[in-house]
Design a protein around this ligand. Structure first.
Ligand code: CA
Length: 687
C-alpha cells in the first residue's frame, strides 16, 4: 500500500511524502542504491542547523525535492532536499510558558503534506495550515481548551480531505480526544472523545456512552481521565478505516481513578474509525483498567502477513505494555500477542478473551511495586520499521523496571503532574530502585509471524531512537551516545557508523533525487528523558543528510561549558546553621511536585536543561521574579504563581542550595547509581 499525495498528484518514486513513509506507516524505503556492500562509503551530504536546543523527534516529509521538518517549539523548516538550503521557516511563536504543560519536552514529531498545504500541530494546541511554497499561514484553529494542560506534539495525518490531530496531557490531567478538520478552511468535521466526560454533561456520541459503562460513577472526573491520542495513526484506504492509538489514564492508580473497577474504555486502546464521520468500527483495548502509563499510542503498522499459513491484512503494534500484537485490521480480531521485552505485570495474553492475565505484583494501588516494563514502556514513541523483504519488524525496545509508589492522599493539582504517585517518597527510594539490566535499550528484530526475536543489539545509553529499514537490507538507527549506524537487516551486524554532533532520538528516513539516494536524520536529545540523560555536548539540533557522494563536514561537537557554584551566602548560612530543615523539606516536596520533570531528580540535571545547583548569581538574585513572575517564560520557564507562593519559592531555592552544598557527594552517588543500574557511559559523567 502506498497512497501518496502531492501537488503533482502522486509523489515521485522514492520520496517520503507521508509521516510513516506510506499510509500503512511501515517506515520502509524501497530504495536500494545504498546497500550492505557500499554503506561503508556513506558520507554527510549536507547538514542544517535547526536552531534547537531541546529534543528533536520529527520525521521529515520529502516531496517534489523539498524537505519539510520540524524542530522543538513546533517550528517548521522547508529545505531544498538536495542541498539543505532553507526555503522558508515558520515559527508559530508558541508561548514559552506552554512548556510547563508538556510532560516530555517541547518536541514535535513532524508535519503532514497535502497538495499546496503543510499542516502542523503546535505545542499550545493550535492546528495550522501553511502555504507549501511560502510558509504563510492559510488558516489556524485552536483545537484544545488552552486553560488546561493540553499539548500537541504528534504529527497530523491527512485523510480524505480532512486533517486529523490529537493531543497530549494525560500525566497532568486532561480528557483525550481526536479531531478532524477540513483541509480547506479548518472547520471541525468530527471529534471523537476517548473517555467519558463529567457525568453532568451529555455524552457527545454513542461511543462515549458505551465507554461510560466501564467507569465507576465515582471516577476522578476532575483529572479528565486521560486516554489522549498523542502520537500514532494509520490509514487503510481499501477498508476506509483510520486507526488511532490512545494513551494512558489520568491518574494512573485505577483504585483511585475508578473505584470499584471497570475496564475504563477507551484507555490504552486501538480504535478503528470511519474517517468520514468519526464513528467507530471496532476497538481493541491492549491494557484494560490501565494503571502503569501503558499507552497504546505507539506506532501501528499495516501489512499483509501470514497467520497459520493464511495471508491476513493485519495491524501490528508494540505498545508500552510489552506485548507485540497482531490484529486483523478489518475486524479487530486478536490473532497473536507475545512479549517482546522483559515483563512482570502480566503472564500472557489470553487469546480467547483477548485480555492480559495480570500477575500478583501488578497491582500497586496499595503498596509500592517494581514493575516491568517501566513507565517508559517496552517501546515508546520512537518509530519501528517493518521490512516486507526480511519479514521482520525492527523495534527500538527498552527493558527496565520502575517503582510505582501510590499516594493515598492524592488531590488534583491543576497544571502539575497528577499521576497518583507519591513522588516525594519515591525520591527517597530512588537509589534503591532495582533495574535489572545494565543496557536497558536495544534494537530488536522481531518476527511477527512466529512472534519471536530474531536478533537484538544492546545500546550503550538509556536513550532510544527511531528506526528505518530499506529494501537493500539495511537498518538505520541513531544512538544516545551521538552515533548514527547502519545494521545488516538479516543479522544485526554493524556495517557503518559515524559520530554525530549530539545524540539522536529521531527516526531516519530515505529519499532519492536525480538517482541519488539520501538518508536523513535529526540530532537533538530530549523527550521524556530530557532531564535524565547526560551528554557532554551542547544539544545543538541539526538535520543530517547522508549519501554515497557526500562531501560535507559534520557539524562540530561543542563541549558544554564548565559549571561553577554561585550560592548566595545568606542561604548557605541558613543551610549550615541547621535551623532550616523544615523549610528545606517543604522545598523538596514543592520541587518534586513542580520542578523535577524538567530540572531533574535531586535538583541535578545532567541533560539539556539548567542544573539549578549551578544557577548563576543573577538567577539567585532574580529567583522570585523567575519562579513567580515569569521573568524567563520566553525560555520555557513558566510562572508558577498559580500554585506556589513567595514562601514556597524561597523554600525551593533553599532546597536547591542544600543540594548544591552536598552536590559532589550526592551527584557522584546518583551517577554511581546510574552507571550501576542503567549503564550511562562513564565517559559522559560531566561533574
Ligand atoms: Ca504517559
Amino acid at each position: 500500500m502506498s497512497i501518496l499525495f502531492s501537488s503533482t498528484g502522486w509523489a515521485a518514486e522514492g520520496e517520503w511524502p507521508l509521516h510513516g513513509g506510506d499510509a500503512g506507516e511501515q517506515r520502509y524505503s524501497p530504495l536500494e542504491q545504498i546497500n550492505p556492500g557500499n554503506v561503508a562509503d556513506l558520507k554527510l551530504a549536507w547538514s542544517y542547523p535547526l536552531g534547537s536546543k531541546r529534543g528533536v523527534e520529527a520525521t521529515p516529509i520529502v516531496a517534489d525535492g523539498v524537505m519539510y521538518t520540524t524542530s522543538s517549539w513546533s517550528i517548521v523548516h522547508a529545505l531544498d532536499a538536495r542541498t539543505g538550503k532553507p526555503l522558508w521557516i515558520y515559527d508559530p511563536k508558541v508561548p514559552g510558558a506552554a512548556a510547563r504543560k508538556a510532560c516530555c519536552d517541547v518536541v514535535n514529531r513532524g508535519v503532514a503534506l497535502w497538495r499546496d498545504r503543510v499542516f502542523v500541530g503546535t505545542l499550545d494546541g493550535r492546528l495550522v495550515a501553511l502555504n507549501r511554497r511560502t510558509g504563510e499561514v492559510i488558516w489556524s484553529v485552536v483545537t484544545v481548551d488552552q486553560t488546561q494542560a493540553y499539548t500537541i506534539t504528534g504529527a497530523p495525518r491527512v485523510v480524505k480531505g480532512k486533517v486529523v490531530i490529537g493531543n497530549g496531557g494525560a500525566e497532568l490531567g486532561v480528557r483525550g480526544y481526536v479531531s478532524a478538520y477540513s483541509v480547506t478552511d479548518g472547520e471541525l468535521v468530527w471529534r471523537f472523545y476517548t473517555v467519558p466526560g463529567k457525568p453532568e454533561h451529555a455524552d457527545e456520541h454513542s461511543e462515549v456512552t458505551l465507554a461510560r459503562k466501564t467507569w465507576s460513577e465515582d471516577s476522578l472526573w476532575e483529572t479528565g481521565l486521560g486516554g489522549t491520542v498523542w502520537d500514532s495513526m494509520a490509514y487503510d484506504p481499501q477498508l476506509n478505516l483510520l486507526y488511532v492509538g490512545t494513551g494512558n489514564a489520568a491518574n494512573y492508580n485505577r483504585a483511585q481513578r475508578s473505584p470499584g473497577g471497570g475496564d475504563n474504555l477507551f484507555l490504552a486502546s486501538i480504535l478503528a474509525l470511519n474517517p468520514d464521520t468519526g464513528t467507530m468500527a471496532w476497538y481493541y483495548q491492549t491494557t484494560p483498567a490501565e494503571s502503569w502509563d501503558y499507552t497504546a499510542t505507539q506506532q501501528m503498522i499495516l501489512a499483509e502477513i501470514e497467520h497459520r499459513g493464511v495471508p491476513r491484512k493485519v495491524l501490528m503494534q508494540a505498545p508500552k505494555n510489552g506485548f507485540f500484537y497482531v490484529l486483523d485490521r478489518e475486524t479487530g480480531e486478536l490473532l497473536s500477542a507475545e512479549p517482546y521485552t522483559e515483563m512482570n505485570w502480566a503472564s500472557h495474553i489470553d487469546l480467547s478473551s483477548g485480555r492480559p492475565v495480570e500477575s500478583a505484583v501488578a497491582d500497586w494501588s496499595e503498596l509500592p511495586r517494581s514493575i516491568m516494563p517501566s513507565m517508559a514502556g517496552g517501546h515508546n514513541w520512537q518509530p519501528m520499521s517493518y521490512n516486507p523483504k526480511t519479514g521482520l519488524v525492527y523495534i527500538p525496545t527498552r527493558s527496565e523496571a520502575y517503582l510505582f509508589y501510590p499516594d493515598p492522599d492524592f488531590v488534583f493539582r491543576p497544571l502539575a503532574f497528577n499521576t497518583g504517585e507519591n513522588f516525594p517518597a519515591l525520591d527517597e527510594k530512588i537509589a534503591d530502585l532495582s533495574l535489572r539490566q545494565c543496557s536497558p535499550t536495544q534494537l530488536s528484530a522481531w518476527d511477527p509471524v512466529a512472534q519471536q526475536m530474531r536478533w537484538q543489539e544492546t545500546m550503550p545509553t538509556t536513550l532510544s531512537a527511531g528506526v528505518l529499514s530499506t529494501a537493500a537490507g539495511l537498518v538505520f538507527q541513531g544512538r544516545g551516545d551521538a552515533t548514527f549506524l547502519a545494521y545488516d537487516a538479516n543479522n544485526g551486524k554493524t556495517l557503518w557508523q559515524v559520530a554525530t554532533n549530539t545524540p539522536i532520538v529521531a527516526p531516519p528516513v530515505s529519499f532519492s533525487i536525480e538517482d541519488e539516494q539520501f538518508i536523513a536524520v535529526s540530532t537533538g536529545m530530549g523527550g521524556g528523558s530530557l532531564a535524565f540523560n547526560p551528554s557532554p555536548y551542547e544539544n545543538d539540533g541539526h538535520m543530517l543528510v547522508f549519501s554515497l557522494q557526500g562531501k560535507a563536514t559534520m557539524p562540530p561537537r561543542i563541549a558544554r561549558p564548565a559549571r561553577t557554584l554561585n550560592l548566595p551566602d545568606a542561604l548557605v548560612d541558613r543551610v549550615e546553621n541547621g535551623s532550616s530543615s523544615a523549610a528545606i523539606e517543604a522545598g523538596r516536596i514543592s520541587y518534586i511536585r513542580y520542578c523535577l520533570v524538567c530540572h531533574g531528580v535531586g535538583a541535578s540535571n545532567p541533560g539539556a536543561l539548567p542544573d539549578l545547583r549551578y544557577a548563576s548569581k543573577k538567577t539567585h538574585d532574580e529567583w522570585l521574579a523567575v519562579v513567580l513572575g515569569g521573568l524567563r517564560q520566553d525560555q520555557g520557564m513558566a510562572s508558577f504563581s498559580d500554585s506556589l507562593n513567595v514562601e514556597d519559592a524561597g523554600n525551593i531555592q533553599l532546597y536547591v542550595v542544600s543540594r548544591a552544598m552536598r552536590s559532589r557527594l550526592w551527584y557522584s552517588k546518583l551517577m554511581r547509581w546510574a552507571i550501576d543500574k542503567v549503564c550511562i557511559p562513564s565517559s559522559w559523567i560531566v561533574d
